[in-house]
Design a protein around this ligand. Sequence first.
Ligand code: XMP
Length: 326
Amino acid sequence: TWTTASIVDEQVAAIREQVGGRRAICGLSGGVDSAVAAALVHKAIGTQLTCVYVDHGLMRKGETEQVEKDFVAATGVQLRVVDAADRFLSALAGASDPEQKRKIIGREFIRVFEQAQAELVAEAGAAGEDVAFLVQGTLYPDVVESGGGTGAANIKSHHNVGGLPEDLDFELVEPLRKLFKDEVRMVGQELGLPEEIVQRQPFPGPGLGIRIIGEVTRERLDLLREADAIAREELTAAGLDRDIWQCPVVLLADIRSVGVQGDGRTYGHPVVLRPVSSEDAMTADWSRLPYDVLARISTRITNEVAGVNRVALDITSKPPGTIEWE
Ligand code: XMP
């Protein structure tokens, strides 16, 4: 549309003017905001931008590949992927308290990102160039909310790529500062980003790490990743993606219950489906998903995911429940 195209033109001009001949770095999270911000900045300054994606090993099935392959193919950005899964898992070993897990993930993320940033600056320095800018996908509601400091931020310590501490040496580039989420999606579409990225539902920065109730281990992550992929597949197949805000799948890793499968007794873990409808995530209602869709998800998860023998449905609104369990 005219409006979307003009937003792109306006921002491209503004970014060129701000960055000039220098270089910028952008952290990609796999989410819509950082992807669109990066695509806009890339359109403006091309190879002067380098993107960094920290793979914390807590992403859902296929999401890292989506960034590495599809996003790069669609935009042509220079991308560095830092495989930090081992480091995050070691740091998380023994931690089962929600806030402790959030803090560990946030802390490790900043360390890994800063290291990648320092390497880039060192390399560029040798080439006599100046990495002076940090791109962030801050949206208009973020700008407003951080002024207030009330609400969800006080309930859970949020981690996201947009929340990196501002390094004093870097000037921020925030091309989405005046936009709302739906406008960001339209800009992403205008820039030719893949549908799966542009229409992606919200996913928390700490990833599956806060959807495993209990300690985070590689085996538990693998299990949850499979269950989550099945739920997503079935919701998409049923055409429900646009009807729900998101549907976390939560693994109750410290709880086991008795089941029966074939001729045998099982003693496995439950997963909880948490489909919610919401306008802005501040409040939410549990989604009345069709029974046949719920049935398919339940049958498939218990058949296909070894170790999970029970599927439960969370029917709590927010408040009193938050959307995520941790
Ligand atoms: P809650 O659980 O507070 O979640 O009702 C509200 C919305 O925020 C998402 N969420 C996060 N997003 N970093 C994020 O970028 C985080 O640390 C984080 N924690 C929760 C959650 O998925 C929901 O959409």
